[in-house]
Design a binder for this molecule. Structure first.
Ligand SMILES: [Fe+2]
Length: 527
């Protein structure tokens, strides 16, 4: 569990006195002249109300660099007439949570074009080290965040411990799972998408309510992120560790694919919507500048290496995919389904991924991605085989190509981390899913939702049926929660942590199941 002293610091907002206490050492280093492009009039001497209502975050760590994020409250800026101006945010990084040993200070400009958010890349740090950070504007001090750089490329750390999670529909439940996640001792957190949901307020009975109609414009996407990010549990989880994020569909529109929306929109209308959605995503996520969107395009696939122990390829299976075949949904196969032109990755990402799977020398090779890779065979009322066309089941030839590449290139210990379907799964990824005796090439862990679909239940009739029909499926659970991964050179341990109740505040945390993979033996076993 987390050091309670530090955790308290996050929950207590900063004060002017905190800043003055460290001001002696920091003030000199914060000289404007040392900040390229920083205008003297961009630093506020005072501000009328607290500007850090959305908290702080960090992300995309490297051996010597982390990204620090915050976004200033527009009403606070308005109190001093600065809401249309660039504003300088000062930041401090320290080795300790009391900021006695400050190691880096600097500034970033929050511009109105990006809604006064910053994602500052702070370099010159030591590999594999824990840091604490905070921001300062107009004498107000933000909550304290904790972050960590990754190990140096040539090092093999003894262990890495992280968590992965997805799907946080604000209406369906409280973010109790995030409250528990914030108290785990983690090197980082991966969010696999559905960070927001685009829907208007539902007319069913929900515990909380979206504000406004289905979101389409930049301001509407921004307002939705503000609503989610105002949640104290989500803020605490961001402050507790750095996040590595990728998006799924609901950050834009349910089940969108490349230029195709779910809704009745022209391609031009949808690209404008995508542009707005990507800009808002970038504004609210702790992403590198390399992920800054350019119109309707955003670079999200990327790779993060943790010394020689692990490499994570973060994928984007929405932006470049062919449209879901056979009219989407859960459908019988059709000619498009098995066309070699169907791709969920798109050509460039596929080449990048396959090259990485071939070249990597890391002991564990994880893919952090959105939709289920394992084949799930369903049977409809007429007795026909059906496939969920929004998942890799809609793109079976590319799935085979990926699994074959892992096998042929002898990629060490491939592990796929998946979100999207609001249920926990463990699967064997087979060379030939039709032949249960064929080689297991990789392991897939699917994490459930944090809140989407409400409380859920341990087992469902559908879950039982799918486990029975698909022998490469090893585990199912339909409750809310997240998965932790403890990775050492010899063993990968995934713990499925569930919160049985999210429709009432204060749900407790349980470890529902633990699965391990031994080095060199793909396929997880229950511990
Ligand atoms: Fe979802």
């Amino acid at each position: 569990m987390r050091d309670p002293e530090w955790y308290d610091l996050f929950h207590r907002r900063g004060t002017r006195r905190d800043f003055l206490r460290v001001g002696g050492a920091a003030a000199g280093l914060l000289a404007l002249a040392s900040v390229p492009g920083c205008r003297a009039d961009a630093r506020l001497r005072a501000i009328g109300s607290y500007p850090f209502k959305l908290g702080v975050a960090s992300g995309d760590p490297e051996p010597e660099l982390v990204v620090l994020w915050t976004r200033l409250d527009p009403e606070a800026l308005e109190t001093v007439g600065a809401h249309e101006n660039p504003v300088t945010i000062d930041y401090e990084l320290a080795r300790d949570h009391n900021f006695k040993e400050i190691v880096r200070t600097g500034s970033a400009i929050a511009s109105p074009e990006f809604g006064h958010s910053i994602s500052a890349e702070v370099g010159g740090l030591d590999p594999g080290h824990e840091y604490f950070y905070r921001m300062i504007v107009g004498g107000e001090v933000s909550p304290v965040g904790r972050t960590k750089t990754v190990p140096a490329p040539e090092n093999t750390p003894d262990r890495i411990r992280f968590a992965f999670a997805s799907c946080q529909d604000y209406e369906d439940g409280y973010f109790t799972a995030l409250q528990h996640l914030a108290q785990e001792d983690l090197d980082f957190i991966i969010h696999l998408g559905d960070y927001i949901y685009e829907y208007a307020e539902h007319d069913r009975d929900t515990v909380r309510h979206h504000t406004g109609p289905e979101i389409q414009t930049l301001q509407e996407y921004r307002n939705r992120y503000i609503q989610y990010r105002s949640d104290p549990d989500l803020q605490a989880a961001h402050a507790a560790a750095s996040w590595i994020v990728t998006m799924d569909d609901h950050e834009v529109d349910n089940n969108w694919a490349d230029g195709s929306p779910e809704d009745d929109q022209s391609p031009e209308q949808f690209l404008l919507r995508r542009t707005a959605a990507f800009q808002a995503y970038f504004e609210f996520m702790p992403l590198r500048q390399a992920s800054m969107p350019s119109g309707p395009n955003i670079q999200l696939y990327r790779r993060i290496r943790f010394g020689n122990l692990m490499e994570i390829s973060i994928l984007d299976t929405r932006q470049y995919r062919s449209n879901q075949p056979c009219l989407g949904g859960i459908s019988p196969s059709c000619p498009t389904h098995i066309s070699p032109d169907q791709s969920i990755l798109g050509r460039s990402q596929r080449e990048w991924l396959f090259e990485g799977l071939t070249r990597s020398e890391a002991r564990w090779n994880a893919l952090a991605q959105q939709v289920m890779v394992a084949r799930i065979r369903g049977i409809d009322a007429e007795g026909q085989e059906t496939w969920s066309m929004d998942k890799w089941d809609g793109y079976p030839l590319e799935r085979s190509a990926m699994i074959n590449r892992m096998a042929d290139a002898e990629t060490l210990n491939p592990v796929v981390l998946t979100g999207d379907i609001h249920s926990n799964w463990v699967t064997d990824l087979k060379r030939d899913f039709d032949d249960p005796s064929s080689e297991t090439v990789a392991t897939e862990f699917v994490c459930t939702s944090l809140s989407s679909d409400g409380d859920g239940q341990d087992m469902t009739a559908g879950g039982e049926r799918l486990l029975r029909r698909n022998s490469h499926l090893k585990f199912y659970n339909g409750q809310r929660g997240y998965v932790t991964a403890n990775v050492t050179p010899d063993l990968w341990t995934s713990e499925f942590k569930v919160v049985p109740v999210v429709t009432e505040a204060g749900g407790s945390l349980e470890t529902r199941a633990t699965f391990v993979i031994e080095d060199g033996h793909p396929g997880a076993e229950e511990a």
